[in-house]
Design a protein around this ligand. Structure first.
Ligand SMILES: Nc1ncnc2c1ncn2[C@@H]1O[C@H](COP(=O)(O)OP(=O)(O)O)[C@@H](O)[C@H]1O
Ligand SMILES: [Mg+2]
Length: 354
């Protein structure tokens, strides 16, 4: 996956810009609040995933403007493609000049992974962040997974809605049967896909973690399924009498989690800050390997503001690990780029890129 050109118009603080990136390393330099992350965000949106910063499309539009657009020209599988996203109060995607629907329709056509300081939360924060990591990565590989998730989530909302009234109206039992069957059918597919993804992740993760932590520690990952070994519909039926008081559905893939263990102990509870950072970084690099293994092509690597937070050993590992792929790396301090042997340096100032 190689971006040949990127252009933005009325995107965030960028009025108009066009850049021609290097096929390998691209460093985006500039002071705070100049527009570095905005460029990373623009590239990320072509994965079809939501922005990592906002759920509101209108925030992507330059203040006071009604319409904006971002466009990339990129090579995938040896073929040159153009992807464009038009931004109004929603995002509309065009692929090779043809309108294809919402931005989510670009999923699978362009692939990238991003690592930013917030990603420490993959290890540290609650389970929803880890599910999001899985869902975003899998959605790029299997776009049908995105609609599967959407249908599943809709069925959860429908069950939640009905279950609240179940305490007054026992006849709703028939409707609950229907939704719980649907949850089972879709839920099992979701878990199956996630477990398959994790299996491939496991081929790379321990080795990458070893490299990053330059240690002898062993990292393991485990998918924690909230209905392991049980039929989801049967379990949901048993949970009805509790769920009707809370109006929730408390088992299913939307409640599952990922767990990380270093030498057998839970990283979330016992890991040091450094270990958590290494786990998060390893996960992202491993995600890149999985995407390459399954799709036959490395995703574009986006690293936002992470270099300054890493010690030199980790900086070196990451730079060596990604040196053969196209990467975009933001930083404030131009001296960070002194060792750059190949690639391009872009300087961003008030939304202008030079
Ligand atoms: N919708 C928008 N319209 C205009 N400016 C915006 C918009 N969203 C963010 N900005 C501006 O973009 C700048 C932040 O850009 P960002 O890429 O996060 O900076 P950094 O270079 O620190 O990564 C801020 O000055 C902010 O006010
Ligand atoms: Mg930034």
């Amino acid at each position: 996956m190689i971006i040949k050109s990127l252009s933005c118009r009325n995107f965030r603080n960028i009025e108009k810009t066009e850049i021609y990136p290097d096929g390998k390393m691209n460093v985006i330099c500039g002071d705070n609040a100049q527009g570095k992350t905005n460029i990373i965000e623009a590239i990320w949106l072509f994965t079809g995933a939501k922005s990592f910063r906002t759920n509101k499309d209108s925030e992507l539009l330059k203040f006071g403007e009604k319409k904006g657009e971002i466009e990339i020209n990129y090579i995938s599988g040896g073929i040159e493609n153009t992807a464009k996203i038009e931004i109004t109060d929603k995002k509309t995607a065009f692929f090779n000049g043809k309108k294809i629907g919402g931005a989510v329709s670009l999923a699978g056509k362009f692939k990238a992974f991003i690592f930013s300081p917030d990603d420490l939360s993959i290890v540290k924060a609650g389970p929803s962040v880890r599910r999001k990591f899985l869902n975003t990565a899998i959605g790029q590989l299997y776009p049908s997974y995105i609609s599967l998730l959407k249908d599943y989530n809709r069925a959860v909302l429908q069950r939640n809605h009905i279950i609240k009234d179940f305490k007054y109206d026992g006849s709703l039992s028939v409707m609950l049967d229907v939704f719980e069957k649907e949850l089972e059918e879709k839920g099992e597919k979701i878990v199956h896909t996630r477990k398959r993804f994790i299996k491939v992740l496991e081929e790379f993760l321990p080795e990458i973690y070893k490299g990053i932590s330059s240690g002898k520690e062993k990292l393991e990952i485990k998918y924690n399924c909230s209905f392991e070994g049980e039929k989801l519909s049967e379990l949901l039926k048993k949970r009805r009498s509790e769920n009707m008081y809370t109006g929730t559905t408390d088992v299913g893939p939307h409640r599952d989690d990922l767990e990380f263990f270093i030498n057998g102990s839970d990283v979330r509870s016992f890991g040091s800050q450094g270990q958590m950072r290494s786990v998060a970084l390893s996960l992202k690099l491993a995600e890149g390997e999985v995407i390459n293994k399954i799709s036959g092509e490395y995703p574009v690597c986006l690293l936002d503001d992470v270099m300054s937070e890493l010690d030199p050993a980790r900086q070196n590992y990451i730079l060596n690990h990604i040196s053969e792929r196209q990467s975009f790396l933001t930083c404030c301090d131009p001296t960070n780029t002194e060792n750059l042997k190949q690639g391009k340096i872009f300087t961003v100032k008030k939304g202008d890129v030079i």
